[in-house]
Write a protein that binds this ligand. Structure first.
Ligand code: SF4
Ligand code: SF4
Length: 391
């Protein structure tokens, strides 16, 4: 016999207040479940279409049984905020917003995965999710002799925490700097005057910490006289572009793939060296579905002599499959067989490409990790690295 679920209006009201109002738009068609990347994982059943209904009845965390609660928390944190469901939902429901509303309650009660709570604490105390010293944030730029940002410069370059601290991803920041220098663009960095953009912790439900770090960044950018910022991460891009203005930010954000495409079009950059490689491009969720930027990274790749650009059949552009790193997923360990990056990398390898091109530091980390654990012979490179090689 099925258990009777008693409506809990207090939980419902709390989730709605925290941003889950889209639950009321849902009419239970089930399309979101059909397009969710978790349908590619045989061992996982993620009935996400039920979540809006559960919110409406306050049937979230309705059991007091520990195993039930753990299962429910795991389910709520399975969503990687890839926006595939949002793109195809006939009623415009934003499942990531509903999930964020639920997660805010879980964070308030401390009932969320420990890996995430540790990352949130580190962002709060050190300004980055790794717990690295704040004063080391600009070390990569000092080594590369990149100056501090000055108001008369064209752009602030904001590289994201991953390239700022991870030696592999720092190569992407270095390649970006090399490209901008060759194009004659003046730019500088804020180093330890900026901190994590807070996107991932906001998606994980840590709203208060997000508000704090985001407000500090908005003030730091304003104090430094930033008018335009070029960013490596599409997660920073979307947050700067859409969410910081609500906090009073007054600067224009551009993703580096957009700027590179423009510089090539204007003749400020001319890729000349032959690359001679077959490359497949993976649309990062935050850049593609999240920001509608599909063409510019492809324009950059097509401008490189000798580069053969191929697509993943059925799963490119708005149909792209998430790497699993969004929504805090980058900090969650998933067992083998449950890693979205493994599935996506398998799709890339099947095209026969020698290089998987990405435009997001999370994608870079997720796919490089999968390539190692799956022992697959494919290089993972950021579009900036391929462009820098060709100049
Ligand atoms: S696709 Fe949209 S309307 Fe359909 S079940 Fe999912 S959230 Fe509800
Ligand atoms: S945002 Fe992506 S992972 Fe989350 S429920 Fe929608 S399709 Fe699934």
């Amino acid at each position: 016999m099925n258990a009777i679920i008693r409506p809990d209006w207090d939980i419902r009201d709390a989730i709605l207040e925290m941003g889950g109002t889209d639950a009321y738009k849902c009419y239970q068609c089930g399309k979101c479940m059909a397009v969710c990347p978790w349908t590619h994982v045989e061992s996982v059943v993620f009935p996400v279409y039920r979540t809006p209904q559960s919110v409406k009845f306050g049937a979230i965390m309705s059991s007091e049984d520990t195993a039930d609660i753990e299962r429910e928390v795991d389910e709520i944190y399975r969503c990687v905020a890839c926006e595939s469901c949002t793109t195809w939902c006939p009623h415009g429901v934003s499942m990531p917003d509903i999930m964020r509303g639920i997660r805010r309650i879980l964070v308030e009660f401390g009932s969320y995965p420990s890996e995430l709570s540790e990352s949130v604490s580190r962002v709060h105390s050190s300004g980055n999710p790794f717990g690295e010293p704040r004063e080391r944030r600009g070390a990569w730029a000092e080594e590369a002799e990149i100056p501090s940002f000055e108001p008369e410069m064209d752009y602030l370059y904001s590289p994201c925490c991953v390239p700022a601290y991870d030696p592999r991803a720092a190569k992407v920041a270095n390649a970006t700097a090399e490209v901008l220098r060759k194009a004659g663009v003046s730019f500088g960095v804020l180093g330890d005057r900026e901190a994590c953009c807070g996107e991932a912790i906001r998606r994980a439900g840590a709203e208060e910490v997000f508000q704090e770090v985001a407000a500090a960044n908005v003030n730091a950018f304003s104090d430094a006289g930033v008018r335009k910022a070029v960013v490596t991460s599409p997660h920073c891009f979307r947050t700067f572009d859409r969410e910081y203005p609500e906090l009073g930010a007054d600067f224009e954000a551009v993703h580096q793939s957009q700027l590179f495409a423009r510089l090539i079009e204007q003749g400020q950059l001319t890729p000349a060296k032959e690359l001679g490689k077959k490359v497949v491009y993976h649309d990062p969720c935050a850049l593609g579905r999240g920001s509608g930027i599909y063409d510019e990274p492809r324009q950059v790749l097509r401008s490189i002599p000798g580069l053969e650009l191929v697509e993943i059949p059925n799963y490119s552009r708005e149909y792209s499959l998430c790497c699993g790193g969004g929504g805090g997923g980058v900090w969650l360990e998933r067992p083998k067989g449950e890693r979205l990056s493994d599935i996506r990398l398998g799709q890339a390898v099947a095209t026969g490409a020698e290089v998987l091109a990405v435009a997001c530091p999370y994608c870079l980390q997720m796919f490089e990790d999968s390539a190692k654990t799956m022992d697959l012979d494919i290089e993972v490179k950021d579009v900036a690295e391929l462009l820098a090689e060709s100049l």
